[in-house]
Design a protein around this ligand. Sequence first.
Ligand code: ZN
Length: 86
Amino acid sequence: MKYLLVLLVLGFALWSLLARLRRGRGDDSGRSDGPGKGAATPATPVAMVECAHCGLHLPAADAVAEGPRLYCGDAHRRLGPAPPPL
Ligand SMILES: [Zn+2]
């Protein structure tokens, strides 16, 4: 039982070390390419739309349309536009 805890701690230490090494390598390659040219940033900006029910902003490609209104999902499309605030 004692060895299980030791193994768990060693596993976590190894995992965090590997994660840090991988992240460090990614940062270095991004810096050598220059600022604003990281692999994580999308090449083209994504158009964002607002859900007519909850007001959530989401990519236009993920939105569900019903007539002129856009929703974040099928559930909110079925619920319809949000009622006006009191
Ligand atoms: Zn919504």
